[in-house]
Design a protein around this ligand. Structure first.
Ligand code: HEM
Length: 330
């Protein structure tokens, strides 16, 4: 009798534990294996098409996943347009006149709705597109974890506070990563995304002429590189002119970002700080990624999985949007 009660108690405890797992469901790499088996090749095909006319588009798509995940988790919230109840994250300071690639996301969504209607979330599209973009640019490949669902809300204020800015201190940026469960190694690895893509003059021009009110440029900028950047971004010129984030191999995903930092050729202040902040624990990580490309690739892939795991909506939370720009039925 006593044994039976104990058995029953064990069973109850086990099922409560399993239910707990269910509500905190994990993503997995085979989520669409039966419902949309070609999801990866469909996403990759649309991106390859887009790359034909825009070498930068992969970088832009990778950045969308980052800006999605840092605001209330990877839930596709960045894709929602303004509407009655939605204050779009697209209008938040880090995104406005800056994030791009939304039209390509819509093309991916259309292609997927044609093959597997109502199945693949917009949040997962961003995660798959990020991996495809990196691998198409010569970077690592990884098994993308899937099963995210889409939010029915956006958080513009959250986008303004949670996404790090290019003139922030290393300690402040580290705190923002830590706030979403990402480590210093994740910070250094993911910053390696600045191995491709572009940045507008307005995001780094504070370094070129009068850095922190000194009347001089940022002393951690290589002087030859400084001269080039001053030509691209003249004082009182257009803040929207763009410069390659990686001056050596602009559209290739490689580890040159880290040797650039060692050579004082980081474009953003936030990039150069990883190597030039006295005593920082990031310096040795920069050195190791600079000397070992496969270590960078491995760490980047793992850190992308870590970032992709930030607070996803799973199970019956959220929805599968049929149009990434709008909440269903609105
Ligand atoms: C560590 C803190 C970070 C800061 C302060 C930062 C800041 C910036 C800024 C200011 C730009 C230029 C935007 C513009 O001029 O319109 C940019 C571009 C970019 N960022 Fe970051 N970023 C950070 C981390 C990341 C991470 C974690 C990723 C992805 C894993 C990423 C991916 C990119 C890419 C690919 C671009 C180029 C986008 C394009 O060409 O359209 N960044 N970032």
């Amino acid at each position: 009798m006593k044994g039976e009660i104990l058995k029953a108690a064990r069973l109850i405890i086990l099922s409560i534990w399993l239910m707990g797992l269910g509500s905190n469901a994990q993503l997995n790499s085979t989520f669409y294996a039966s419902t949309c088996p070609n999801v990866s090749s469909i996403v990759s095909g649309v991106i390859q098409q887009a790359l034909q006319s825009d070498a930068r588009i992969g970088a832009s798509l990778l950045r969308l996943h980052f800006h999605d995940c840092f605001v209330d988790g990877c839930d596709g919230s960045i894709l929602l347009d303004n509407s009655g109840s939605i204050q779009s994250e697209k209008d938040a300071a880090p995104n406005t006149n800056s994030t791009r690639g939304f039209d390509v996301v819509d093309n991916i969504k259309t292609a997927l709705e044609n093959s597997c209607p109502g199945v693949v979330s917009c949040a997962d599209i961003l995660a798959i597109a990020a991996e495809a973009s990196v691998s198409l640019a010569g970077g690592p490949t990884w098994n993308v974890l899937l099963g995210r669902r889409d939010s029915t809300t956006a958080n513009q204020a959250g986008a303004n506070t949670s996404i790090p800015g290019p003139s922030e201190s290393l300690s402040s940026i580290t705190s923002k990563f830590s706030a979403v469960g990402l480590s210093t190694t994740d910070l250094v690895a993911l910053s390696g995304a600045h191995t491709f893509g572009r940045a507008q003059c307005r995001t780094f021009s504070n370094r070129l002429y009068n850095f922190n009110g000194t009347g001089n440029p940022d002393p951690t900028l290589d002087t030859t590189y400084l001269a080039t950047l001053q030509q691209t971004c003249p004082q009182n010129g257009s803040g929207t002119t763009v410069s390659d984030l990686d001056p050596t191999t602009a559209d290739t995903f490689d580890n040159n970002y880290y040797s650039n930092l060692q050579n004082n050729k980081g474009l953003l202040q936030s990039d150069q700080e990883l190597f030039s902040t006295t005593g920082a624990s990031t310096i040795s990580i920069v050195n190791s990624f600079s000397s070992n490309s496969s270590s960078f690739f491995q760490n980047f892939a793992q850190s992308m999985i870590n970032m992709g795991n930030i607070s996803p909506l799973t199970g019956s939370s959220g929805e599968i949007r049929s149009d990434c720009k709008k909440v269903n039925g609105s």
